[in-house]
Design a protein. Structure first.
Length: 130
């Protein structure tokens, strides 16, 4: 039960982070000032795509937990692969967005890492309790 709570907390955090990521897209792009239309579209696309990825990870993890047997191999693979991609995304953020003066960009790698750790801890508890 404790491990499922960790999963739901992590999944909720990353889902909300994804929604919060998408909401200010227009103002974020506007903050780049005068840029070409192509660059504006690319930044918009990338900003929205990362938010959608966060939402997808969170919703996938929630569905696998709610509708599956969390002690089986498939949910554990979903949890660990989700943690893995969040760690990769955190590393990319550390070397890119986190180097800006924008506070949410500095927080982003921390959020990704915390969620990944929650998924890893919960997966470990699932494996050890089986």
């Amino acid at each position: 039960m404790f491990n499922e709570i960790l999963i739901y907390i992590g999944a909720s955090i990353i889902t909300v982070w994804g929604i919060a990521h998408i909401m200010p897209t227009k103002s974020i792009v506007k903050g780049f000032g005068e840029i070409s239309e192509d660059n504006r579209r690319i930044i918009t696309m990338e900003w929205i795509a990362e938010g959608i990825a966060f939402i997808f990870i969170g919703v996938l993890v929630i569905f696998v937990t709610a509708f599956g047997d969390v002690t089986e191999l498939v949910p554990i693979i979903v949890y660990l692969s989700s943690a893995g991609i969040l760690i990769v995304m955190a590393i990319v953020s550390i070397f890119t967005g986190a180097r800006t003066s924008i506070i949410p960009m500095k927080i982003c790698p921390i959020v990704k890492t915390i969620v990944a750790i929650l998924f890893i801890i919960a997966s470990t508890v699932f494996v050890l309790s089986s």
